[in-house]
Design a binder for this molecule. Structure first.
Ligand code: TXA
Ligand code: MG
Length: 352
């Protein structure tokens, strides 16, 4: 018997589908059936499950290899759905939702009983946000369920900003990945605890401290702590590539030291990447993998950061020499992620 075409092979890759209306409907059916769906938000890709099903949420923890002590964010199609998942909605929440939703702000509020305790790792609170991505909103509307979704990466790894990143990390552990292209913000949402007095930023992200202070003058910011029971996802080594990250301060001394270190490592013929703005990258030694985040556009830096860290891994680089951007605005969230990728260590400059 002759065969004109190659035999059909069992697909080896995970199921990535362009986020067409049909694929979104399939994904919504999967969510209702308690399965896992990777989907785009404006920040990073999420690994979604029905937030009202303990069994479905359990699958999320297993697929990510995430400790059960680290709570998940619940996504809603609109702020009107808040009473489905929260016991009460303080005025500040209404106000902030009006100003920032849909968008990269997560609010920690009192948890309604309908939300299984596993979602919040046993806390009395629940973290909620309305994402600003048409695919996420369409999925939430079609599923007609709140969707619990952490970033769709293996625990501790860099968050995914494309569908391929999700497939690389989770493969067959996810039932379907909706491809909505690269994400726009590129880093995760800002997590704000409104059950604390004064309200406290647990994680900096797409909404800056300066923006929050406009509507919430008494907001405080958590200092970078090695481990914190209130928001366990802020562990010091997090958002980390496989490669070792050697992180240097912003400014002329930091840059000089970074380049000297890069030359040193390259001189030993070890594989190395340099990560930073164009002006630094131009000075990187020959043979270095160049990871430029552009000139000085904050949004661009945030958008590119995680893909650059993943690129270093896919190129098999052993070390990444990186510099911090200057403080302020969205750059503070980038500084936070880079510092965690470097296990909390910024190498002080000694060249003055
Ligand atoms: O942008 C984002 O926030 C993305 C997209 C998918 O929405 N999600 C995300 O989720 O980054 P995840 O699980 O990677 O990070 C959630 C963070 C963790 O640091 C977790 O500890 C914290 O939010 N968190 C969740 N629920 C909490 C709660 N009830 N109290 C305090 N922190 C909470
Ligand atoms: Mg995460």
């Amino acid at each position: 018997m002759s065969r004109s075409r190659a035999p059909r092979l069992t697909p080896l890759g995970p199921s990535i589908a362009l986020a067409t209306p049909g694929a979104i409907a399939d994904a919504a059916r999967l969510i209702r059936a308690g399965r896992l769906v990777g989907f785009p938000t404006e920040t990073v890709y999420g690994l979604g499950a029905n937030a009202l099903s303990a069994a479905a949420v359990q699958r999320v923890f297993r697929a990510k290899g995430r400790p059960r002590s680290d709570p998940l964010i619940v996504h809603l199609a609109s702020a009107e759905e808040l009473p489905r998942v929260t016991r009460s909605v303080p005025d500040a929440a209404r106000h902030l939702a009006g100003a920032h939703w849909p968008g990269p702000l997560t609010l920690v509020l009192p948890r309604a009983e309908a939300v299984p305790a596993i979602v919040s790792a046993g806390r009395e609170t629940v973290a909620v946000r309305v994402p600003a991505h048409p695919v996420a909103i369409a999925l939430l509307a079609a599923a007609d369920r709140p969707i619990a979704a952490p970033s769709a990466n293996r625990y501790g790894h860099v968050s995914p900003t494309s569908a391929v990143h999700v497939a690389d990390d989770l493969g067959h552990r996810v039932d379907l990945i909706l491809d909505g292209g690269p994400t726009d913000v590129g880093i995760e949402s800002t997590v704000l605890d409104l059950t604390a007095d004064p309200p406290e930023i647990l994680r900096l992200g797409g909404v800056t401290f300066e923006m929050l202070r406009l509507s919430l003058p008494n907001v405080v910011q958590r200092v970078l702590a090695s481990q914190d029971a209130r928001s366990p996802g802020t562990a010091m080594r997090h958002y980390a590539p496989r490669a070792r990250v050697l992180l240097f301060p912003d400014g002329a001394d930091g840059w000089r030291r970074a380049l000297a270190t890069a030359r040193d490592i390259a001189g030993r013929c070890e594989s190395i990447a340099v990560l930073g703005p164009d002006r630094l990258i131009e000075e990187a030694p020959h043979g270095t993998l160049l990871l430029s985040w552009g000139a000085s556009d904050d949004a661009e830096i945030a958008r590119r950061l995680f893909a650059l860290l993943r690129r270093a891994d896919s190129e098999g680089v052993d070390s990444i020499v990186a510099v911090l951007p200057p403080p302020g605005g969205l750059r503070d969230a980038v500084r936070d992620r880079l510092t965690r990728a470097a296990s909390g260590r910024v190498i002080a400059s000694d060249l003055t």
